[in-house]
Ligand binder design. Structure first.
Ligand SMILES: NC(=O)c1ccc[n+]([C@@H]2O[C@H](COP(=O)([O-])OP(=O)(O)OC[C@H]3O[C@@H](n4cnc5c(N)ncnc54)[C@H](OP(=O)(O)O)[C@@H]3O)[C@@H](O)[C@H]2O)c1
Length: 322
């Protein structure tokens, strides 16, 4: 038996229940994990709230670190006792133990701690694919990053600086502006009181930016398109304020813009794809990118953590201790 956060219906944070669930033995190609640390992500909110539909009751959550406790038939990529992390696959990370497909596991190097891993598998792998595959940033480019003091944001700011980019970052408060700045954001913009599009144009001498990395969605869609330079790319990778509207091609035409909506599922569809972005993340951590665990909760207090994330009260990464 394991302790887990399950939902029997989708809705507000109050639908999350802390209860005992049976785990069982791993089937062919699977492992049983004893989880040591679990990451909180915005996708957990979408799962709980009903943005994504799946069979209920279910355990939610998409990233954790832990130890392999048992392996099923045919598992060759890991063995009992290995430290591993994972991201995506079927929901179910909010648990002390779980069954998980071995092929999706990411072996954790000795110099990557469990908290670092749980705080960065989903957010850091996202930054890894966004900056290396979706729009590979070149030294000297100026980019716009929304929610720059958040989980994805603080990792992205540090990584972008190491690529030699100038980072313009939007944030919801002065306190967050300082956090973004401390992580390499050259020009924090408090977009709750400033017109970020106008500020981007001012900073770039009227040119606009070649790329906007947008995990905020609805609230910034129009301004993001307006902040792009000719042939620029809007990378809409999240919807913390609600999904972006359906894109009218006519909006893209005047500056011949590109719009993409990438996700971690395709970017971790094969072991090779996953390990490539994981290796790049581990390398960046070794080079000094910090995974800031600014909030931690007991797993049973998951509702409190969700409320804080949705109220824009968190910065950096949030983890659950098991
Ligand atoms: N596609 C992918 O592969 C992928 C993977 C990981 C994450 N994501 C997305 O990336 C985004 C960031 O994820 P995260 O886990 O690192 O979260 P986070 O950035 O730590 O938290 C979300 C932030 O969004 C900002 N925000 C703006 N409007 C908001 C609103 N109406 N309600 C709530 N927050 C609002 C807030 O920062 P300010 O107060 O500074 O505005 C808030 O702190 C999310 O949209 C997530 O879904 C996508």
């Amino acid at each position: 038996m394991a302790d887990a956060i399950t939902i029997h219906e989708q809705g507000g944070p109050e639908v999350m229940r802390y209860e005992e669930v049976s785990v069982g033995a791993p089937g062919p190609g699977e492992v049983r994990l004893r989880q040591t640390c679990i990451g909180l992500n915005y996708i957990d909110v979408y799962q709980r709230a009903g943005v994504y539909k799946f069979d209920l009751p279910a355990c939610i959550g998409m990233e954790a670190a832990g130890v392999v406790e048992a392996v099923g038939d045919g598992v060759e990529v890991v063995k009992v006792g290995d430290r591993v992390g994972y991201v995506m696959g079927a929901p179910g990370a909010y648990a002390t133990e779980r069954i998980y497909p071995a092929e999706r596991l990411i072996p954790l190097p000795d110099d990557i701690g469990d908290e670092q891993a749980a705080g960065s598998m989903l957010k850091g792998l996202t930054v890894s694919y966004l900056l290396r595959r979706t729009f590979p940033v070149q030294a000297g480019q100026t980019v716009l990053l929304h929610a720059a003091a958040g989980g994805v944001g603080t990792i992205a700011c540090q990584w972008l600086k190491r690529l030699g980019a100038t980072v313009i970052g939007t944030v919801g408060s002065d306190e967050k502006a300082e956090i973004a700045r401390a992580h390499g954001c050259d020009h924090p913009i408090v977009y709750t009181r400033e017109d970020f599009r106008a500020r981007v144009m001012e900073i770039t001498g009227g040119e606009g930016v070649p790329v906007v990395y947008d995990g905020v969605g609805a609230a910034v869609f129009e301004g993001s398109l307006g902040a792009l330079a000719r042939f620029g790319t809007l990378v809409h990778f999240g919807a913390a304020s609600g999904p972006a509207p359906a894109v009218d091609p006519k909006l893209l035409a005047p500056k011949a813009l590109y719009f993409t909506r990438p996700g971690l599922a395709p970017h971790t569809a094969t072991r090779e794809l996953t390990l490539d972005i994981a290796d790049a993340l581990f390398q960046k951590i070794r080079e000094g990118v910090k995974i800031e665990i600014n909030q931690s909760y007991d797993l049973k207090d998951a509702a409190e953590a969700h409320r804080a994330l949705e109220a824009r009260e968190t910065t950096g990464s949030t983890i659950f201790r098991v």
